[in-house]
Design a protein around this ligand. Structure first.
Ligand code: 13P
Length: 246
């Protein structure tokens, strides 16, 4: 009942030359039954649009609608650029920009108020996992980062263990399943079964063409949020195909 979602986060990578990758992806997956979302840097948002069936998202937004916030972009501006989604609370922003869950929740709310889908990221550090605090951390981030008006359309949750991002390390399938089941149960408890079961849950952290198919067999994994392997069609296309065929 949940539509699968393959999402690529280009982070601070890509120039106009990179848009050629989108044309290849759009052609290869023209009749795809899964949603495909690319989140390029803000400089490419507008230029990245127009490659149906690909959807375009931003990587962050400000919580305010407009004003004196040098260097930031608002959800309204992201929508105006042609995007339909925005990542909020990525660990690279939680850590490097000290964005705690209250800020993430305000950003998610701002995105949803503009009709964008907020992709809220959660994830534990290696020290937190080793101290067996993973579910406490995820539960706290989930409760703090997600606005009260969540629906299956305006919210996607991405579980991205910090220690798996860009490292080549991936939790085993049981570990991914444990966290995804936990997130699902918390969403159902807070929002009721209807909404709780309709929110898509993505796994992120070193998803590659050679491990994607296994990860997609895990219950409550509705797709992936892919960093490095989303930068080229050669890498991202097989991941999309794995999701299409799961
Ligand atoms: P990698 O796929 O490069 O590990 O990055 C994951 C990520 O942070 C996506 O948001």
């Amino acid at each position: 009942m949940r539509r699968k979602l393959a999402a690529g986060n280009w982070k601070m990578n890509g120039t106009r030359a990179s848009l050629a990758e989108l044309a290849v992806l759009a052609k290869t997956h023209a009749a795809s039954e899964v949603d495909i979302l690319i989140c390029p840097p803000a400089t490419l948002l507008t230029a990245a649009c127009g490659h149906a069936p690909l959807m375009i998202g931003a990587q962050d937004c400000h919580m305010a609608t407009s004003g004196a916030h040098t260097g930031d972009i608002s959800a309204a501006q992201i929508k105006d650029a042609g995007a339909t989604a925005v990542i909020v609370g990525h660990s690279e922003r939680r850590v490097a920009h000290e964005e705690h869950s209250e800020i993430v929740r305000a950003k998610a709310r701002a995105a949803q108020a503009e009709g964008l889908t907020a992709i809220v990221c959660l994830g534990e550090s290696l020290a937190q996992r080793e101290a067996q605090n993973t579910l406490d951390i995820i539960g706290g981030q989930l409760a703090g980062s997600i606005p009260d008006n969540a629906t299956g359309e305006n919210l996607v949750v991405a579980y991205e263990p910090i220690w798996a991002i860009g490292t080549g390390l991936v939790p085993d399938l049981a570990q991914i399943g444990e966290v995804h089941d936990f997130i699902r149960s918390r969403l159902e408890r807070r929002f009721g079964a209807g909404v709780g079961r309709s929110v898509r849950l993505l796994y992120g952290g070193s998803v590659k063409p050679d491990n994607a198919a296994d990860i997609f067999t895990v219950p409550n994994v509705d797709g992936a949020l892919v960093g490095g392997a989303s930068l080229t069609a050669a890498d991202f296309s097989p991941i999309i195909t794995a999701l299409e065929t799961v």
